[in-house]
Write a protein that binds this ligand. Structure first.
Ligand code: C5P
Length: 218
């Protein structure tokens, strides 16, 4: 009705790191800035989509017109994604921790003469694989990200089939990507690989949002 290609479509986007608690004051996290995911949320909203952005802890303002849900642990991120479904589009760009601490201490762990404590880790749920699983709530288009330091194409293709998503945005992170504004990515789909020239994360996001709009038009 307003002429934008994604008006009337809903999207859920994950972004940023997760924070996995060890005790009430400590945790495990990673260096994801959230910039790429936030840019995707903004770009989808600019094209008219109603966007829910599920965000781990980052220092970024919510894009205009986007509903942000703050989460910390991967299990919270998964619950927030499930609560945001059904949606037409899912873009999972968060850097989800592979493991969380098994048996989070209820009080601050004290330094003890016996030496440092050991942390037992258990595997986190794969949110992207869960969203991609066939069923009535599966979004029509599910996009994942793959950050690789080697064999980008092989790893991205393997991820496409293992996780069951429709597209993978692959980036080679052997040179600086984390926290930087630029990104060189390849779009992997079931119809082939499409390397995109190095461009800003905003441009990558706009191009991806446009491709998503084209997909829904087709
Ligand atoms: O397997 P890997 O972590 O490299 O896959 C990256 C992709 O999977 C990203 O899209 C990321 O958001 C998603 N992912 C997820 N839940 C996990 C691990 C990864 O949604 N537990």
């Amino acid at each position: 009705p307003d002429g934008r290609p994604l008006t009337g479509r809903t999207a859920v986007v994950t972004a940023g790191p997760t924070f996995e608690p060890i005790d009430p004051v400590r945790g495990l996290t990673n260096r994801s800035s959230g910039k790429q995911g936030y840019a995707v949320a903004a770009a989808l909203a600019e094209l008219g989509a109603q966007v829910t952005l599920i965000s781990g802890p980052v220092a970024l303002d919510a894009p205009v017109g986007v509903t942000r849900v703050w989460v910390e642990a991967a299990t919270e991120m998964k619950a927030a994604v499930d609560a945001a479904l059904p949606a037409d589009i899912a873009v999972m760009s968060a850097a989800v921790a592979d493991w969380r601490v098994d048996g989070v201490a209820s009080g601050k762990i004290k330094k003890a003469p016996g030496g440092p404590p050991s942390l037992a880790l258990i595997e986190n749920p794969d949110i992207l694989a869960g969203v991609s699983a066939p069923g009535p709530r599966r979004p029509r288009l599910v996009v994942g990200f793959a950050a690789e330091t080697s064999d980008l194409a092989a790893n991205a293709r393997a991820k496409l089939s293992r996780k069951g998503c429709d597209w993978i945005v692959g980036n080679d992170v052997s040179d600086e990507v984390f926290g930087s504004d630029g990104n060189a990515v390849t779009l992997f789909t079931r119809n082939g690989d499409e390397p995109w020239p190095r461009q800003s994360k905003t441009q990558v996001a706009r191009k991806l949002a446009q491709r998503i709009a084209d997909h829904f038009k087709a």
